[in-house]
Design a protein around this ligand. Structure first.
Ligand code: CP
Length: 306
């Protein structure tokens, strides 16, 4: 297997195309491993990894922990709630104390954009960004690309629409960087208040009509309305958002073409997606979750070789 050009996974922006292909190819091998009766390999037997989560998570946190255990790493989990962060300990002191217990790698989720970058220049361990505020969520983009490739093959020339709350999403930026590096065309679609003005400079199409976006794309990656990050009102009501930007199964069936429906989770059922769409034959939402373990195994394995 080839080596990555980076020592940390801070964002997709820092990866080159070769890195992305290496991770996705390695993930294919690990997906075969996790579908065996014995789902474990000894690859990281001598490595200790700390999952340091300063923000809530279900999928990413469990997926990293399972990936680490499937690779035979030793694992410790840290949550800010219930820790000495509540007594005023800094991020750097917290992580340095964890590293003093002979930890080799830090997987971190933090609400501040750039927190993993700050850490990576100050500690000797590898750092993996598990989501930094509204900035990047690199392993989500990698598992999304892996899941798209499983359905569609090579993504060169494929059309991907990212629909929903782009402004508050870390998934959007990582997806844009990843998909463009893999040769796909990207559109973002949502209310103009939820699409940052600078996004056009990244070479993505911008749309405000969901039906047109669905007609255009091969894959609709639908994002959650992140009410917890919204300090002001970006649209009049959830009901109105759902009316203009929500997707239901009838809209997908009426397209008369194959379309792949994705969502990074958690879903606001009845807001960005109705249940009949989320659970329809178009949806690969649970495949994304399954693939997350294999992709994270690949990331951890490759970083440990650096
Ligand atoms: N997709 C994702 O990051 O989900 P969690 O917030 O549950 O980790």
């Amino acid at each position: 297997m080839t080596k990555l050009s980076v020592r940390h996974l801070l964002g997709i922006k820092n990866l080159n195309e070769n890195d992305i292909h290496t991770i996705l190819e390695t993930a294919t091998q690990f997906k075969e491993v996790i579908n065996r009766p014995i789902k474990k390999v000894p690859s990281l037997r001598d490595i200790t990894i700390a999952n340091v989560f300063f923000e809530n998570s279900t999928r990413t946190r469990l997926s990293f922990e399972l990936a680490e255990k499937r690779l035979s790493a030793d694992v410790v989990n840290f949550s800010a709630s219930g820790s000495s962060v509540k007594k005023g300990e800094t991020l750097l002191d917290t992580v340095n104390n964890i590293l003093a217990m002979k930890v080799d790698m830090i997987v971190m989720r933090h609400s501040s954009p750039g927190a993993p970058h700050y850490l990576s220049s100050r500690i000797p361990a590898n750092v993996v960004n598990a989501g930094d505020g509204t900035h990047e969520h690199p392993t989500q983009a990698l598992l999304d690309a892996f899941s798209m490739q499983e359905k569609l093959g090579d993504l060169t020339g494929k059309k991907i629409a990212i629909i929903g709350d782009i402004t508050h999403s870390r998934v959007a930026l990582s997806n844009i960087f990843c998909l463009q590096k893999l040769g796909a065309e990207v559109m973002v679609c949502g209310p103009s208040t939820l699409i940052p003005k600078h996004l056009g400079e990244l070479g993505v199409k911008i749309g405000h009509n969901v039906k047109e976006a669905l007609q255009w794309c091969d894959v609709a990656n639908v994002l959650r309305i992140q009410l917890e990050r919204q300090q002001i009102k970006y649209f009049p009501s959830l009901r109105e958002y759902s009316l203009y930007f929500g997707i239901n199964k009838a809209m997908l069936d009426d397209l008369n073409k194959e379309i792949v429906l994705m969502h990074p989770g958690p879903i606001n059922r009845g807001v960005e997606l109705t249940s009949d769409a989320a659970d329809s034959k178009h949806s690969i939402i649970l495949n994304q979750v399954e693939n997350g373990v294999a992709v994270r195994m690949a990331v951890l394995y490759l970083l440990a070789q650096q």
